[in-house]
Design a protein around this ligand. Structure first.
Ligand code: ADP
Ligand code: GLC
Length: 482
């Protein structure tokens, strides 16, 4: 494992990682970081729970760590490699060998989620402190979101030695709340149960625990980093983050440009900036797939259907867009009310609105290839990946001016159009009226073929890879370990 030019080792701890388990962009990012950081001389291994769906895969993998008392049962870590990513699976059947998703089963969230992910965090902290049986020891413990939030706390309270910790906030809405009575069960010191440490509105929050104990805090865009210090976005944790402002930084996510590449995507009719005309073939295929006939701009939504994503604004904003010649194809799942609202639009505008409820990676590629625009009307968006897929495929993003959306899309205004730099449409505030006006602007811009093609080329040129962000993580690690 001793790579040439190795600058250090990082143990990444998370609940999701592509290609093994994914419910959202967290998995894409955790799965992409190891290769991105390898290019910077940082070797990263990823610790994940061995969910039922992953256990068979780890069957022949060697055991590299074990504990007889991982919160009341045995836990062991198995080491393997998946698509070039060095993966460590925490096999603790009492917590992870269950039918269902990572966080919930048929009857909603698992009631012992606090304990399940505390176990993951405990194993992460122990490995960071003592290393693995194969001799590997990290210099940095890098944890993601509430699921791994207790890991920096365990590391600090048990004695961190030279190991430094980083917590990345992908979404502050999920905070890992638990009642104060669980303090002992979670192996947290009673002396730290006060407002400046573990106590959170009378209870516990694994995310807060990570935020107060990690050596550095990052989030996934510069704008979200500053938004998080404000009450509208901090969701109760704004003061905690503001108090550590000197340790907070925003590092934009990248996208995997080998997977998201219009020149080399096996799902689509390939095209490039020079052969943009071939995008029309993808549009024809997409219209057929959704049973649509759209004279004007064809927009898409590929998203979890949740309140965060502003999906509820679409029904009120859409009729004028449809009248103006537009169409919409939706792929997503989530809140049943929003799923119903999308189906309602499909019924109301046959041939103009098409909806697929579900998750379909291949279809999502065909949608980005064939559409003219991707709508991301989020109320908050720590980074967001789909607007970046849109940029790559010349599918112009229509986004709210928040978080990573604001950091990746240059909105069309008279000035940006005159300067030839616009890559999409940016609107604010997040309400149906502003979305309606943004869609009106979309119809107008799309009608001007020369201007539209210019914006598509600007978008496709916009860098969305990992290079700059990987370098920023490497600088952060170096600053901490140096
Ligand atoms: P979030 O993590 O908040 O859901 P992101 O934009 O960061 O938002 O990441 C979402 C990821 O999940 C993207 O890779 C997106 O393409 C993918 N995705 C979301 N819904 C679907 C779906 N229904 N089918 C296929 N891919 C989806
Ligand atoms: C979260 C955020 C999303 C971000 C993703 C990866 O799911 O909602 O904005 O892109 O994490 O960091």
């Amino acid at each position: 494992m001793e790579a040439e030019g190795l600058r250090g080792r990082v143990l990444s701890v998370a609940s999701e990682c592509v290609p093994l388990i994914k419910t959202g962009g967290l998995a894409d990012v955790v799965g992409a970081l190891p290769a991105a950081l390898a290019g910077q001389g940082w070797q990263m291994r990823v610790l994940l729970p061995a969910y039922r769906s992953l256990r068979a895969r780890a069957a022949g993998w060697p055991e590299v760590w074990a504990s007889d008392d991982l919160f009341g049962g045995r836990g062991r870590v198995l080491a393997g490699e998946v698509d070039g990513v060095s993966v460590l699976l925490l096999d603790a059947p009492q917590f992870f060998d269950r039918e269902g998703g990572p966080y919930s089963g048929g009857a909603g969230d698992w009631p012992d989620n606090a304990l399940r992910f505390a176990a993951l965090s405990w194993a992460g902290a122990e490995i960071a402190r003592g290393g693995l049986w194969d001799g590997w020891r990290p210099d940095i413990l890098h944890v993601h979101d509430w699921q791994a939030g207790y890991a920096p706390a365990y590391l600090r309270y048990q004695g961190a030695g030279a190991v430094k910790s980083v917590i990345t906030v992908h979404n502050i809405a999920f905070q890992g709340w638990a009642p104060a009575a669980m303090l002992g069960m979670l192996r947290l010191p009673g002396s730290e149960f006060h407002a400046d440490a573990l106590e959170y509105y009378g209870g516990l929050s694994s995310l807060k625990a990570g935020l107060v104990t990690a050596d550095a805090i990052t989030t996934v865009s510069p704008t979200y980093a500053s938004e998080l210090m404000r009450p509208e976005f901090g969701m109760g944790l704004q003061g905690v983050i503001a108090a550590r402002a000197a340790q907070v930084s925003g590092i934009l996510n990248g996208v995997d440009t080998s997977v998201w590449s219009p020149e080399a995507d096996s799902e689509i009719v390939a095209f490039s900036q020079r052969t943009l005309a071939r995008k029309a073939e993808n549009r024809a295929i997409l219209q057929t797939e959704f049973g649509l006939e759209v004279p004007g701009p064809l927009a898409i939504v590929v998203s979890r259907l949740t309140d965060q994503k502003g999906i509820d604004l679409i029904p009120a904003a859409l009729p004028e867009f449809i009248e103006g010649g537009g169409g919409l194809a939706v792929l997503g799942s989530g809140d049943p009310v929003l799923e119903g609202a999308m189906r309602g639009l499909e019924a109301r505008f046959p041939g103009r609105v098409g909806v697929r409820i579900g998750y379909d990676e291949g279809l999502s590629h065909r949608m980005f290839a064939g559409a003219d625009a991707v709508l991301v009307p989020s109320r908050f968006e720590p980074c967001g990946l789909t607007q970046m897929y849109g940029l790559r495929y010349g599918t112009l993003p229509v986004v709210t001016a928040t978080g990573g959306l604001a950091d990746t899309v240059i909105g069309a205004t008279p000035a940006t159009l005159a300067a030839g730099v616009a890559t999409g449409i940016v609107f604010y505030p997040t309400d149906a009226l502003a979305l309606r006006l943004a869609l009106r602007q979309l119809v107008d811009l799309h009608a001007d073929a020369r201007l539209w093609a210019q914006m598509q080329k600007n978008a496709m040129r916009h860098p969305v890879g990992w290079e700059a962000s990987a370098a920023a993580y490497a600088r952060l690690y170096e600053g901490l370990s140096g």
